[in-house]
Design a binder for this molecule. Structure first.
Ligand code: F6P
Length: 336
């Protein structure tokens, strides 16, 4: 039982992701079960600077499990990056009597968490970003829903691409990471996928794959481009110049961040929120909750921030094996 932790704050920060609400609900309800009072900090770290908060009880998080976005709002706070801003935030923590904070978000959120923990406020992070790019966890809340949304959109595109026998170039989010692009590419049977983690040769990785698919009988082609690679519009132009077809370019954009969270995101968010509060209640903090092999794990924030997450290149091999664009698979037999 928590005898030291009487009141905790919970916030969502950075780009929103489906399942953030489920995590907020889990934090509040678990906190209550430990006899803690819960304060929702609105608009991320900026809310701590501006003293922008709301008292939360069990019913204030009712009926939000299935809702996308975040009821606490979110922001990327530049003020919190300054010493002055963090001092304000610390004063708010003291004024509100917060004994700990659960911060739900991605990389930027955890850099903020580290700074606040250095000022003596116990913080636990919960990873939530559609990019799935946090090194200390196999999975981040929102990734599954974002993949499903992108797949749904691309399936629709495929219908019209098939009718018109066209080439489609689709840009998906992911910031500097290609997880979303590669998972989605496999799931939609893309002709080619371009990700920032893997240098590509345009002629070999795009044109030759389209050509091979055509030679194998396909009359429409789906090229998925991770935003971290560059502009899909540029890739579209390069395809036109190389082989004279007129690709249609679609940038999926923020649509990938919305929508009702999938079963995986609701369940993972609920467990992560629960374990974040449990850690605080048991006297552990300045860590990030994660999953490994299906289990919940804890990693100190400082360590977590320098951990790299590698895209499993074996997935590339799978993608290329499935696609009609792979005329000579022998070439990839040594891929790691
Ligand atoms: O980190 C989540 C993310 O959606 C990235 O995939 C994308 O690059 C970025 O946020 C977009 O940020 P904003 O909402 O500020 O345009």
């Amino acid at each position: 039982m928590a005898d030291k932790i009487k009141r905790i704050g919970v916030l969502t920060s950075g780009g929103d992701s489906p399942g953030m609400n489920a995590a907020v609900r889990a934090v509040v309800r678990t906190g209550i079960s430990y006899g803690m009072e819960c304060i929702g900090i609105r608009r991320g770290w900026q809310g701590l600077i501006n003293s922008d908060f709301i008292r939360m009880d069990a019913s204030s998080v009712g009926h939000i499990l299935s809702r996308g976005g975040t009821i606490l709002y979110t922001a990327r706070s530049e003020d919190f990056m300054t010493e002055k801003g963090r001092k304000h935030a610390l004063s708010t923590c003291k004024m509100l009597g917060l004994d700990g904070i659960v911060a739900i978000g991605g990389d930027g959120t955890f850099r903020g968490a580290l700074e606040l923990s250095r000022l003596g406020v116990p913080v636990v992070g919960v990873p939530a970003t559609i990019d799935n790019d946090i090194g200390c966890t196999n999975y981040t809340i929102g990734f599954d829903t974002a993949c499903n949304t992108a797949i749904d959109c691309i399936d629709r595109l495929r219908d019209t691409m098939q009718s018109h026998e066209r080439c489609s170039v689709v840009e998906v989010m992911g910031r500097n990471a290609g997880f979303l692009a590669l998972y989605v590419g496999i799931a939609v049977g893309a002709t080619a996928v371009l990700v920032p983690e893997r240098e590509f040769d345009f002629e070999h990785d795009v044109i030759e794959r389209i050509r091979n698919a055509r030679l194998a009988g396909s009359t429409h082609f789906m090229i998925v481009v991770a935003e971290g690679v560059g502009s899909a519009v540029e890739i579209g132009k390069m395809i036109r110049e190389a082989i004279g077809i007129e690709p249609r370019v679609t940038v999926l954009g923020h649509i990938q961040r919305g929508g009702s969270p999938s079963a995986r995101d609701r369940e993972t968010a609920t467990r992560m929120g629960f374990f974040a509060v449990k850690a605080l209640a048991e006297g552990r903090s300045n860590l990030i909750i994660g999953t490994r092999g299906g289990d919940i794990v804890e990693t100190p924030i400082e360590e977590a921030l320098v951990m790299k997450k590698h895209l499993q290149m074996e997935r590339y091999h799978v993608l290329e094996t499935m696609s009609l664009g792979s005329a000579s698979l022998a070439r990839y037999s040594n891929i790691e």
